[in-house]
Ligand binder design. Sequence first.
Ligand code: GLU
Length: 367
Amino acid sequence: MKGRIVVKVGSNVLTRPDGMLDVTRQSAIVDQIAELTKRGLEVVLVSSGAVASGRGELRGMPGTERLDAVEARQLFSAVGQAKLINRYYELFREHNIHCGQVLATKENFADRRSYLNQQGCMNTMLAHKVVPVVNENDTVSLSELMFTDNDELSGLIAGMMNADKLIILSNIDGMYTGNPDDHDSVLIPRIRPDDDPSAFVSAEKSSLGRGGMLSKCRIARLVAAEGIEVIIANGRRENILTALADNADVPHTVFEAAARPASGLKKWIAHSDGFAKGSIHVNQGCAEALTTGASLLPVGVTAVEGAFKTNDIVTIINPEGHTVAWGKATCDSGTAQETAGKPGMPVLVHADYMFLNPERLYSSPKS
Ligand code: GLU
């Protein structure tokens, strides 16, 4: 393994059944990251566990049972994140490695300037051999603007940091054909860019953080489509990270990276779904042309929704109502509406500023 990797550790890896922080596991993860950095890898750690650790810490405190969901998240994450990062700091220090805390909200990634600012900060940390330890800023993030889970955050970070690999550590060995507890479910070792995992991955929600298995799969496919290999493996297995680095025979699922890596701008657009200011509906012919690399021309547009400005992100939707791509609009919504359906008009979204949804292949009729 070479280069830069993003390692995501889920709450279910870091917390014990009684809800307290599993310091032994946390320490084992840090030992492995220390080993990888000694081998010359740059590692970014995306760690959950703030809410779980705060909940464990404040257990039994009178009044906490009356908190609503938002208040509980804010209180527990405020206490838990302090505890979590403190432990990481001490654990990395034993290896003479510095770590630093990066707390992000989804809004930090909404405009390109903030995104590049965040990227610059983490590049500076890595250049100075400081391991960034990233989590969502749960104390201030607004419920409606939260990441689905830290898988989504780690996908965004992997793209932003131009990582070579994203490793998502959970409490199961990878993607299964059904519920991992069922005897007839089997581990899927490899998912290629053209595979349709929804055909064999169970839609059943497992205990995998906020998102669940399908959301994990969706993020992994998106990141793989950007040209970054994604591995889902079991963070509770001994030395899983070093075993993966050694290409040892350990259970995991790998999402093969697309052959052509996306540009930095496209990687940002790939994660822009929640920031889109409008939608452009297109006819089937146009949707198919986009998937072959064409730019979006007004002639294929059937409707324009929302109020957007030039350079805002828009979602491009096929006649079935599925997202084909996300892209940067070259004009505002008023102009887009005026030119909709007309031939010979300037490009609405250029192919260089568009990212195709890897799930489009399975959510729209095939010709
Ligand atoms: N940011 C949350 C925490 O640290 C975890 C979100 C998730 O479930 O992935 O507690």
